[in-house]
Design a protein around this ligand. Structure first.
Ligand code: DGL
Length: 272
């Protein structure tokens, strides 16, 4: 049986990834689930992020999805490996769950000339050390500098990302990062929310630094994955459609999702 491709995020951030995926692969059917009722995930424990993410992945499976993308760095850092290694093999060996960290680290070497890369993300993503560990596998010569930015997601979720408050927190964290090494020439936005802060980030980032968002990288990597895995591609519905789902209030979701999606969104409520 064919099903939609599931795209998951703790809230709205994954919409920045879905947007690029739909541009790259418009022919497929997508279901987007934001676990808004329990977001943010960024400051939660491993166990909590794992349990929440697993529940959402199981919801996608119950909808007939065979392929689920965790378009959330925090969930990719704290839940993906356990789901892939423990849960799928036991309960759903024919389903696939992919994250955003590996495809991003695979191409990161293309952006840096100094081999010094700065990573900004939620506390969960940064403290997990997932990025330095994965980057070392593909590019052992790259030196990685990290900075957790716990206030950035709340600023974005509360529509305060153009405010003076945002200036303060963006400048503070970027200064902390660039003070670690003045030769950092690449800044990876390792949180799907951060592309919304792009203008502010550019304002406080040296012009010689390349700012890398993940959306396009994930979209290209998914296209490549589907080419390399015809047995998975074969299970993906091609109806060129998108369904939006949230675990919280739909009116609220529709209003805020518009900021990320750039167009009107009509969501459905999901009880997990
Ligand atoms: N968008 C999520 C990420 O990429 C984080 C948001 C949250 O803290 O829930 O890490």
């Amino acid at each position: 049986m064919k099903g939609s491709i599931g795209i998951f995020d703790s809230g709205y951030g994954g919409l920045t990834v879905l947007k690029e995926i739909v541009k790259e692969l418009p022919q497929y059917s997508y279901q987007y689930l934001g676990d808004n009722a329990r977001a943010p995930y960024g400051s939660r424990s491993y166990e909590t992020v794992y349990q929440y993410t697993l529940q959402c992945v199981e919801w996608f499976f119950s909808q007939g999805c065979s392929l689920v993308i965790l378009a959330c760095n925090t969930a990719s850092a704290k839940a993906l490996r356990t789901i892939q290694q423990k849960d799928l093999s036991k309960t759903a060996p024919n389903k696939r769950v992919l994250g955003v960290i590996r495809p991003t680290t695979e191409v990161l070497g293309q952006y840096t000339h100094t081999n010094k890369v700065g990573i900004v993300g939620t506390s969960g993503t940064i403290l997990s050390n997932s990025y330095p560990i994965e980057i070392a596998k593909f590019f052992p010569d790259i030196k990685v500098y990290q900075e957790a930015c716990p206030m950035w997601v709340p600023l974005i979720e509360n529509n305060e990302y153009y405010s003076a408050g945002a200036d303060y927190f963006v400048e503070k964290h970027l200064q902390n990062l660039f003070n670690q090494d003045k030769d950092i020439d690449t800044l990876l936005l390792a949180c799907t929310h951060y592309p919304l802060l792009l203008e502010k980030l550019q304002q406080f980032t040296p012009s010689s630094v390349t700012i890398v968002s993940q959306g396009e990288i994930i979209a290209k990597s998914l296209a490549d994955y589907l080419k390399r895995h015809p047995e998975v591609e074969d299970k993906c519905l091609q109806t060129a459609s998108i369904g939006f789902y949230t675990t919280d209030d739909t009116t609220d979701f529709n209003n805020k999702a518009t900021i990320f999606w750039g167009d009107k969104v009509h969501s459905n409520h999901v009880v997990l």
